[in-house]
Design a protein around this ligand. Structure first.
Ligand SMILES: Nc1ncnc2c1ncn2[C@@H]1O[C@H](COP(=O)(O)OP(=O)(O)OP(=O)(O)O)[C@@H](O)[C@H]1O
Ligand SMILES: [Mg+2]
Length: 156
């Protein structure tokens, strides 16, 4: 639990996927989600749910740890899935150009805290492993759009 910030508890991977699905239904072009948390915390699982919410085949969703960037296309939206793990803390985004990606869809960045994303107004979501081996997703950005924050029980 992160002090003062709203969390959603997901005991099972299916719960994480369901949260992602509801997130995906509200996602719009230009949205940037920064997913932050330790190895295995459920970031890719959440993105898989988001893809389902957008109508993308979930089998397409794999961790882009080695290629850095996957693109999934649904009838409604293009979803860019980035993973900065291999770039490490202080990652440079010169190769990825979030501005361009946000013009053409929504962007989810695993290990988003490794790069300086502030200028693109990220919605920051922390993923943590709780004491019961479930997962906890915490909304770190107080001013997130209502279509996102309502999932954490936060009204705009
Ligand atoms: N409640 C849960 N939510 C998400 N994943 C869970 C949960 N319970 C178990 N898991 C398992 O945790 C594993 C890691 O999940 P995932 O790959 O989504 O994490 P990650 O944060 O993307 O890891 P990485 O930092 O390596 O990219 C998966 O095998 C998943 O099935
Ligand atoms: Mg991952």
């Amino acid at each position: 639990m992160r002090a003062g910030a709203p969390s959603v508890r997901c005991p099972l991977v299916e719960d994480t996927q369901a949260l992602g699905e509801r997130l995906g239904q509200g996602l719009e072009s230009g949205d940037l989600l920064s997913l932050e948390g330790p190895l295995g915390a459920g970031k890719t699982s959440l993105v898989r749910g988001i893809a389902i919410g957008l109508g993308v085949d979930p089998r397409e969703v794999r961790s882009p740890t080695f290629v850095l960037h996957h693109v999934y296309t649904s009838a409604r939206l293009r979803l860019h899935h980035l993973d900065l793990y291999r770039l490490g803390p202080g990652a440079s985004l010169d190769l990825l150009d979030p501005e361009e990606l946000l013009l053409t869809g929504a962007v989810c960045v695993e290990w988003g805290d490794y790069a300086a994303l502030e200028r693109w107004n990220p919605v920051r979501i922390a993923a943590d492993i709780d004491a019961q081996r479930g997962r906890l997703f915490t909304l770190l950005t107080p001013g997130a759009p209502a279509r996102i924050s309502r999932l954490w029980g936060v009204s705009a």
